[in-house]
Design a binder for this molecule. Sequence first.
Ligand SMILES: [Zn+2]
Length: 443
Amino acid sequence: MKKEFLNEKFETMGPEELRPIQEGKFLKQMDYVWKKSPFYQKKFKEHGVERGDIRGLDDLPGLPFTEKDELRKSQEEHPPLGSHCAVPMEDIIRVHSSSGTTGVPTFVGITRHDHKVWTEITARSVFAKSVRKTDVVIHAVGLTFFVGGLPVKDAIEHIGAAFVPIGAGASDRVVMTTKRLGANLIHCTPSYALYLADYVRKKHNMEPSELGFEKLVVGAEPGGGVPAIKKRLSEDYQALVSEGMGNSDAAPIIFGECPAQQGMHFCAQEYIFCELIDPDSGEVIEMNDGAEGELVYTLLDRECCPVVRFRTRDRITVFTDPCECGRTSFRIRCTGRTDDMLILLGVNVFPSAVKDIIVSFRPRTTGDMLVLLDKPGPTVVPPLKIQAEYSPGEKDLGALKKDLETTLRDKLVFRADVELVPEGTLPRFELKAKLVKKLYEGE
Ligand SMILES: [Zn+2]
């Protein structure tokens, strides 16, 4: 494999060289937070922590976690940006909104310096995802508010590729523009890539591979890492599918999957410090090969809204064995969101894993599904109700239901009650796929 880097120095740096750099930036950021962030001044005081107690990254577990809900509350109580905003509005050059998967969205501001940092991290991540100067990139993600929009544009332009801003929900324009410009790469969500494949087959009477994309760069939801979805996308488009992952409160894309396809590399080496924790006890777990837990971020270089020990609710598996691409950073796969996780008779079930199985039954199913919840989770009394779409060609619905339920029980160890519904019944998502329907909220 050809070894290519955007920032070779940091992407190939060994841990013994990186750690002192992270330490230095961490202490500087701690000084800044203690001086400038009213949110953390109050929080640390309440937890009885003083600046002098924190002498290095080893002391980080002594600091309290920051929850998304606290940031949301801070913003409600101290508008417009919250007491975790550490700069005056005149220093802010852009305001994004975090895509609220739960509750009200929150604003996230960046200064000129933060913008530079975001661009560097995001560019390293998309470069790992095989974006190159020679590419013509169809950007089929909304450019407004969402951090997967403009910041990704900045990163792609930083690499020097040709950026084509199409936005979301404009599939005919994607088809026409791709052909006319000879675009070879599409950046979108995995759900949109699935949607577009169906769309061009039905509306344009063509195979998705005829669009001519060599690379699919996907992100913003775990789908790109779900094996059945990834397999289906690479077969449909005959293209390399690379996934990425970020966080609106940390940086737009922080992890990028290299062509070795063995997980997503950490690409914010000197900008973000990651911890892995047990989501129940909050205890720190060592990031050894194969370790699983929740990802926690501490920003090491942020002016506008620094966060310390921010709980992402992303549940990950860590890989630390050497990668043939030459990057030295650890890799992850995201297995779901801890707040999406359901527990059936003590067994953890992620809706994305259910989706993986429904998709693997294509063409008998369309791949579209919803988990139905009568009551708030995570504990669910079996059977778990699931709606799945069957394909028009499928004649024996009784057998399909039985096969799905058996596979779900064998692979994910829980009892399901699958209701089969005709193609087109379930909502299609062009941006982020919703896998759970909460019946008790009357949605
Ligand atoms: Zn790699």
